[in-house]
Design a protein around this ligand. Structure first.
Ligand SMILES: [Zn+2]
Ligand SMILES: [Zn+2]
Length: 242
């Protein structure tokens, strides 16, 4: 793969920057449309940024914007760590030009588990709406502390297995079966929920639908044996399959 650098316009929610990016970075920033987005690309080397445009100032400035970030290394779900969150900030008026979040999975071979409540540490948090979905009484068994949601994933674009955009992540909640679900604002503005176990990857975007889930069809909830798809009963232990 070529490591050729190209000068590109990278959009954020409050403006854009002009930066030289690698092919790989371009691929990250390409969400399927004609534009490249800063949010999925994470933190760029500010030396690679030549200009920034601030929507608030309605002006283009020479040089990079300020980049402010922190590394909370906060476990927002089982096996899912919010490694870094940052903002590109207008040098002139301090408006936010773009925001990003980087997640990592400490154990790549294991799927992301159920949501954990965020510690309510108020550092330099970006204003986060009050969670409403997770009720304290249903989270007490495995999730001590104040019940809250993985608001760090709020606003991330959600894509299905065909790389079609489904909507935007709203928050993690718990449905009537007490299963962890991802609440999504769909493209048409309505709200929907997606079982947490159908999330394949959470990174700069949320990717759904997965071979992993497909492989679980026929998996026995009792003993874990992988039965043929469509099996009614487990070959190993005889339990009824879902
Ligand atoms: Zn500005
Ligand atoms: Zn079984």
């Amino acid at each position: 793969m070529s490591s050729e650098l190209r000068l590109k316009k990278l959009r954020g929610s409050g403006g854009y920057v002009m930066a030289t990016v690698t092919d790989q970075q371009q691929m990250k920033g390409n969400l399927g449309g004609p534009d490249l987005f800063l949010a999925p690309m994470g933190r760029l080397d500010s030396q690679k940024i030549t200009k920034h445009f601030c929507n608030t100032c309605e002006k283009e400035f020479e040089g990079p914007p300020k980049i402010k970030y922190e590394n909370p290394n906060e476990e927002v779900a089982e096996n899912l760590i919010l490694a870094e969150k940052g903002q590109y900030i207008c040098n002139s008026c301090n408006a936010v030009i773009a925001e990003y979040r980087e997640f990592r999975k400490p154990n790549e071979t294991v799927e992301v588990g159920s949501a954990k409540p965020l510690e309510t540490s108020q550092t330099t948090q970006i204003s986060q709406p009050e969670p409403v979905q997770v009720k304290p009484e249903i989270t007490s068994a495995t999730q001590p502390g104040p019940a809250t949601t993985v608001s760090s994933i709020e606003g991330l674009a959600v894509y299905d297995e065909n790389a079609k955009i489904v909507g935007k992540a709203k928050q993690v909640g718990i449905d009537s079966n007490q299963s962890v679900v991802l609440l999504v604002i769909k493209n048409d503005g309505t709200e929907g929920s997606i079982p947490w176990n159908s999330i394949r990857k959470v990174g700069e975007v949320i990717l759904l639908g997965s071979p992993a889930v497909a492989a679980q069809l026929g998996k026995c909830a009792n003993c874990g044996f992988s039965n043929k798809e469509g099996s009614k009963f487990c070959e190993e232990c005889g339990s009824k399959l879902q």
